[in-house]
Design a protein around this ligand. Structure first.
Ligand code: BGC
Length: 748
């Protein structure tokens, strides 16, 4: 569902820092309309469930219906009595004013709070979620979520719409940057930390898009076909871990169909797996316009329709009054919503606007980015640069004189000061416009080499770029691939002739360094040419300083790839993204209520690769890759020794990692398992890891505990996880393709 004003409001953001006090006064006045909550449910010694039931008992049918749906998109709609108390974000449910139960005020917040420019507020853009995954750092993921929670709250929201965790089954998915990579254990563990962080600010946390929204093309109609076992061991495992460990108060079901039914009216996904098997106590809300029915959706377990009330407003009330939906079913939805509000603390800690700390935000964003940048190549240790030894630096391409690109769609954070490449006089940017954050790599480089001559070339013409590079001590090419919700990448190739520019520059200067700003993997026909390659992702508000610190070595790179970089698209499970038939509403734009009700005719995507997502596919198919999952270099080197594996409730892998170089650093030590042959699984799967800081010449003993589920398979007959008796090989090392330590353990 798209509205014209999505992504608008950047003009206002220029004024954000200066005008917040004025806006605070006028908007927070609205928030005082609801009476302070009183009543027996305010007894905090009761459980969220008990408190919810006490409220529920008092509610009229109309009040219940009002809590079941949104009231439009306040971002786009005029102020109405229903949305007047909202923070003018993308979604709002009115609460129960008579009983002092506040509205649920939802803000998109994938890598920072969206729409804050329109609200006249500052918000920090963290590096893209995929970058957080590249840090492999649970603490960083927590900080990531905590910053989002704090800023949502400071801006007046009490619910996050972040927490995207669809795994990278299709790397051309335009939302790959919003997700946490191709491995369910990595993605699930990190999204759980992110959710914990967000909810620590008394904001309702969300996990999305449940499930198999693995491509944007035709997302409103596509039917993802996959076996139960493969589903549970891949995409759903990421959600299972996220729900169990993160305890999000809310789950957003996705636009697409799964094995025949829309995700938001899918018995198997919502009731059977999420609510019964995983015992999820919270509420399910639909993606924006993703509700398709009243009775079917309600019976399947959808608790809340967003952003409007096509099926969960009057139609729902009529269905209850006619007895087609039981009061018990209605009450279960209401109970879940209320108990989640109590559990997250949004009732005990009412919305309270305050001032975002932009300096703390910048620092968090920079540190997370520093831990997320992946050094892919570093021939002859061309990096780190030494300021005293580089006299001329050519900085080329990617608008690196002024900014760094960001990911678009509903994740888009408004850049403070506006789009760095916005033409003069242009007030606002729009949905799916490419936005460069005003964080200038060229300035960051100049600041770190103040005596060097830094010259910039736009990189739009290969010959001119090569001329700028020739004779310079070092040439740094910034290459980008923008991506966004609502579209998939046409290919994994860098756009705008950048492959040619890189190859030409590298031919002109042997000390060429390529810095990639991408959300998805890219192919690199030029991979042998440059001396060094860094993957910086969409680097966030202070990306340039993070990149500068890595380039000049004040920070040692420690990120590793959360997605495999394939050699060519022909090696992917699906050589092309399956496209919908060419009817207008098939793509991913807004779907009218009438069409939502009819349900767009499906087109099929067969996920025959099943559990073989990412490295599991390349391993099983014996396909060499460009850069493997879990790969990343450092300015130091590490060695691994002495693996012992001890059985127990949780199997423990203990080993030693030594820093054999001359710089301190942080190594991500990865633990994989090969299951017994009779399990019928791909050659290996990630079962744990630890990111350890080790001083130069130091060493550290590392113990990684392995959750038994991560060694299990999903048995369709039993409808549960089961451990296949036999020999398990535990493998340890620095990437999925460098696992020097191996030990076998027999499990039964
Ligand atoms: C996106 C969601 C988002 C929602 C509200 C949808 O189009 O898929 O991720 O939270 O819009 O903006």
């Amino acid at each position: 569902m798209k509205h014209s004003r999505r992504g608008a409001g950047l003009g206002l953001s220029v004024l954000a820092l200066w005008s917040f006090s004025l806006l605070t006064t006028s908007v927070s006045a609205q928030h005082h309309k609801a009476p302070a909550p009183t009543g027996p449910w305010m007894n905090t010694s009761l459980s969220p469930d008990e408190r919810a039931d006490l409220v529920l008992k008092e509610m009229t049918l109309d009040e219940k219906i009002a809590l079941l749906h949104g009231v439009g998109m306040p971002t786009d709609d005029p102020v109405t009595p229903e949305n007047a108390d909202s923070n003018r974000g993308v979604g709002y449910a009115v609460g129960v004013p008579r009983l002092g139960i506040p509205g649920i005020d939802m803000g998109d917040a994938a890598y920072g709070v969206r729409s804050s420019g329109a609200n006249g507020r500052y918000s920090t853009a963290l590096p893209a979620n995929v970058a957080a995954a590249a840090s492999w750092d649970p603490n960083a993921a927590y900080e990531y979520g905590a910053l989002i929670g704090r800023e949502l709250r400071a801006q007046g929201f009490n619910m996050s719409l972040g927490g995207g965790v669809d795994i990278t089954r299709e790397p051309r998915n335009g939302r790959t940057f919003e997700y946490l990579g191709e491995d369910p254990v990595l993605a699930g563990t990190l999204v759980a930390k992110l959710i914990q962080g967000t909810q620590s600010a008394h904001v309702i946390g969300d996990i999305k898009h449940y499930a198999f929204n693995d491509q944007e093309s035709g997302r409103n109609s596509v039917n993802a076909n996959i076996s139960k076992r493969a589903a549970r061991e891949s995409d759903l495992l990421a959600f299972e871990i996220g729900v169990a460990e993160g305890q999000p108060a809310a789950v957003m079901c996705s636009y697409n169909r799964v094995n025949g039914d829309f995700a938001c009216e899918n018995q198997y996904l919502l009731n059977e797996v999420l609510k019964k098997d995983w015992k999820f106590p919270g509420f399910v809300l639909s993606d924006w316009g993703g509700t398709h029915s009243t009775e079917k959706a309600s019976a399947a377990g959808l608790d809340n329709e967003q952003p409007d009330s096509v099926f969960y407003g009057e139609l729902y009330k009529e269905a209850v009054q006619a007895g087609r939906i039981s009061t018990a079913e209605l009450d279960d939805h209401i109970h879940r919503i209320l108990r989640s509000m109590f559990a997250a603390g949004v009732i005990d800690y009412p919305r309270q606007r305050s001032v975002v700390d932009p300096f703390a935000g910048m620092e968090t964003a920079r540190k997370i980015e520093e831990g997320s940048i992946v050094l892919l190549k570093n021939t002859h240790a061309v990096l780190p640069l030494e300021a005293g030894r580089v006299h001329t630096i050519a900085v080329i391409g990617g608008h690196s004189d002024v900014g760094m690109i960001s990911g678009g769609g509903s994740a888009q954070v408004d850049p403070i000061g506006g789009n760095a490449i916005m033409p003069p006089g242009k007030g606002a940017t729009h949905w799916q416009e490419h936005i460069w954050f005003p964080t200038s790599p060229m300035k960051a480089i100049q600041a770190r080499a103040p005596k060097a001559t830094v010259r910039y070339d736009a990189g739009t013409d290969a010959a001119s770029a090569a001329a700028a590079a020739k004779g310079a001590d070092v040439a740094i090419v910034f290459a980008y691939q923008w991506e966004s919700e609502g579209m998939d990448l046409p290919s994994l190739s860098l756009p705008d002739h950048q492959d040619n520019v890189i190859a030409t520059v590298a031919a002109a200067n042997p000390h060429t360094i390529v810095v990639l700003e991408t959300g998805s993997p890219v192919t690199m026909p030029w991979v042998d040419a440059p001396a060094a390659i860094l993957e910086a992702w969409f680097a966030g508000s202070d990306g340039a300083n993070a990149v500068g610190n890595i380039l000049f070595g004040s920070v040692n790179p420690s990120g590793k790839l959360p997605n495999t970089f394939p050699r060519s698209e022909a090696d992917l499970p699906h050589p092309t993204v399956v496209q919908p038939p060419p009817e207008s509403e098939h793509f991913s734009g807004p779907v009218s209520p009438v069409v939502r009700g009819k349900g767009l005719p499906p087109f099929q995507v067969q996920y025959d690769e099943g559990v073989k997502v990412g490295y599991k596919w390349y391993d099983a198919e014996n396909k060499p890759v460009l850069f493997p999952f879990g790969f990343g270099l450092s300015y130091t080197t590490y060695s691994y020794s002495g693996l012992t594996v001890t059985p127990g409730d949780k199997i423990k892998a203990t080993f030693t990692v030594a820093n054999t170089g001359t710089r301190s650093g942080a190594e991500i030590a990865e633990v994989y398992a090969a299951l017994p042959a009779q399990a019928g699984e791909p050659p290996k799967r990630l079962v744990g890891w630890s990111k350890v800081a080790i001083d130069a010449k130091g060493k550290q003993t590392v113990t990684v505990e392995i959750d038994p589920k991560y060694l299990s398979i999903f048995d369709e007959q039993k409808d549960g996880w089961t451990l296949v008796p036999g020999d398990y090989t535990i493998m340890v090392g620095g990437s999925s393709q460098s696992l020097p330590l191996k030990a076998t353990i027999h499990l039964k």
